[in-house]
Design a protein around this ligand. Sequence first.
Ligand SMILES: [Zn+2]
Length: 146
Amino acid sequence: MAEVYLERKENLKKIGFKSYQDYLDSKLWKIIRGEVWRRDHGFCRGCGKKGTEIHHYKYSVKALVGAEPHHLFVVCRDCHSKIEFDENGNKLDLIDAKRKTLCIIGKLKFCRGVSNSRIGYWHRDQINMNKKTKDNIYQKLKALKQ
Ligand SMILES: [Zn+2]
């Protein structure tokens, strides 16, 4: 299993989900997905066409519980494939996929040697979450600390 999925699996376990499908079927994901969709107005952040899915820049616990919505983006299938696969259809490793996210979604002119500080670019994208979402996230984070 690719490194990114092992991390995802481990982090999902920490917040009480058996599998990624279990997570995708959850109320929590529906809330997070809805908020991200609203923020991006349902348009792909790569090309501006109608979005079809959400790309996770990270599968950290915080991203999975919705506390880091700036790591989630609405994308279309084409842009999502471009981010996660190379031109031969091979799955990219974590670092290359992150770099491609920065190129495609960050719309950077220069995509080589992108530094991590560039991630700060997204912090202004924070979602204004409603109270229910915040409470939900708070509960998940609290459960983690026990
Ligand atoms: Zn697109």
